[in-house]
Design a protein around this ligand. Sequence first.
Ligand SMILES: [Zn+2]
Length: 176
Amino acid sequence: MWPLCLVALLIHGDVAFDQHERALIQTGVDLLAIETEQRIRLTVRYDYDGGPAALRRALIEPTLLRLGWLDPKVALADRLMRVHVVAWTTQPRIFLIPERIAASSVHAGTPFDLVYTHVVMHELLHELGVDHVPDPRAVMWLNASPTLWLTDWDRVAIHNALDSRADVCDTHVLGD
Ligand SMILES: [Zn+2]
């Protein structure tokens, strides 16, 4: 079922994420590793400070950014995607809007930590090229939900995505 592929990827994180958010992001990273039997191993290093070097790097290397509600990019994303976005990924950049995640968790009556970790997992999988799946219980379901466990639909989508990502797959690690 799983490809003979191991993704080990460094992601630059925005220094604006607070300690609690960093812990939730780490939980998402850990769950992806556990649930893919260590096929997806991500490391987040909080070194994106918005400076010129960080901005340049964010154009070519995976970078996780924290946006405020009023950031002009948020309004633009709303218009382009025709929904009230809580996060989105434009490889290699991932954008999280914590205030909106908080609002959506209140709206859905689910704990913030759960929704936040779900959104992190969902966007990290987008970063790896995984698309949405038509399963409301899946992590890759279109809508933010409190799901933290990969379903068979997720696994097939991950399998297909990683199969075509020779650039991030190290086939030699598990291939012999
Ligand atoms: Zn999505």
